[in-house]
Design a protein around this ligand. Structure first.
Ligand SMILES: Nc1nc2c(ncn2[C@@H]2O[C@H](COP(=O)(O)OP(=O)(O)OP(=O)(O)O)[C@@H](O)[C@H]2O)c(=O)[nH]1
Ligand SMILES: [Mg+2]
Length: 190
């Protein structure tokens, strides 16, 4: 007799949340995973991650791993390791902290030189803490970030977008993850 329906296929996808310290990376991950927002600042040491399993069809599951890197992780060699095998990357800055935006270019550069990374994965520029008012980084500057990446890295063919979020009140957080996961599924469909 033939057995049916016993095999399950699990596809693993890794979303890496990168960016300077204190910009709200851990808060975004916790907000998405339904954990309580905390006002006190507890710096991430090394790396943390959460996992969500989504059912794609009768026998296929997707496991979404969300890796959240410490912004204080100054050792670039370590930073690069965390990008390995990434299916998508969030580059997060604090909309009230210009320097945290400027520094994101270095994070992108590190992602790029991490060997064995695909060059076509979705990358999202995330301006967090939008509940604090108007960003000190203009829309033109955010657009220019992508223009520079396209110019300097013509091999980068991934989907890219800019999203403004608040981990404090949840604005756009679900949308950020949902649309990224959608883009990942599209990319890896074949
Ligand atoms: N107002 C406001 N505060 C936020 C928001 N997101 C995070 N914070 C606060 O910013 C501080 C830093 O948040 P974390 O999520 O720990 O930042 P992080 O990027 O993980 O920092 P590292 O782990 O050091 O890299 C905390 O005090 C949070 O409460 C937000 O959307 N709005
Ligand atoms: Mg953290």
């Amino acid at each position: 007799m033939q057995s049916v329906g016993l095999t399950t296929d699990i596809k693993l996808y890794k979303i890496v949340i990168a960016g300077e310290t204190n910009v709200g990376k851990t808060s975004l991950r916790m907000r998405y995973f339904g954990e309580k927002f905390t006002k006190s600042y507890i710096p991430t040491l090394g790396v943390d991650f959460s996992v969500k399993r989504l059912k794609l069809d009768q026998s296929t599951f997707a496991e979404i791993q969300v890796w959240d890197m410490a912004g204080q992780m100054t050792f670039q060699a370590l930073r690069k390791r965390f990008f390995l095998g990434a299916s998508s990357i969030f580059l997060v800055f604090d909309i009230k902290d210009k320097e945290s935006f400027v520094k994101l270019r270095e994070w992108f550069d590190d992602f790029w030189v991490s060997f064995n990374n695909r060059k076509d994965i979705p990358v999202v520029l995330v301006g967090n803490k939008i509940d604090l008012g108007d960003p000190v980084v203009s829309k033109e500057e955010m657009d220019q970030f992508w223009e520079n990446i396209k110019k300097d890295y013509p091999d980068f063919t991934g989907k890219y977008e800019t999203v403004l979020t608040s981990a404090l009140n949840g604005e756009n957080v679900q949308e950020l993850f949902d649309s990224t996961i959608h883009h990942i599924f599209e990319l890896y469909r074949n």
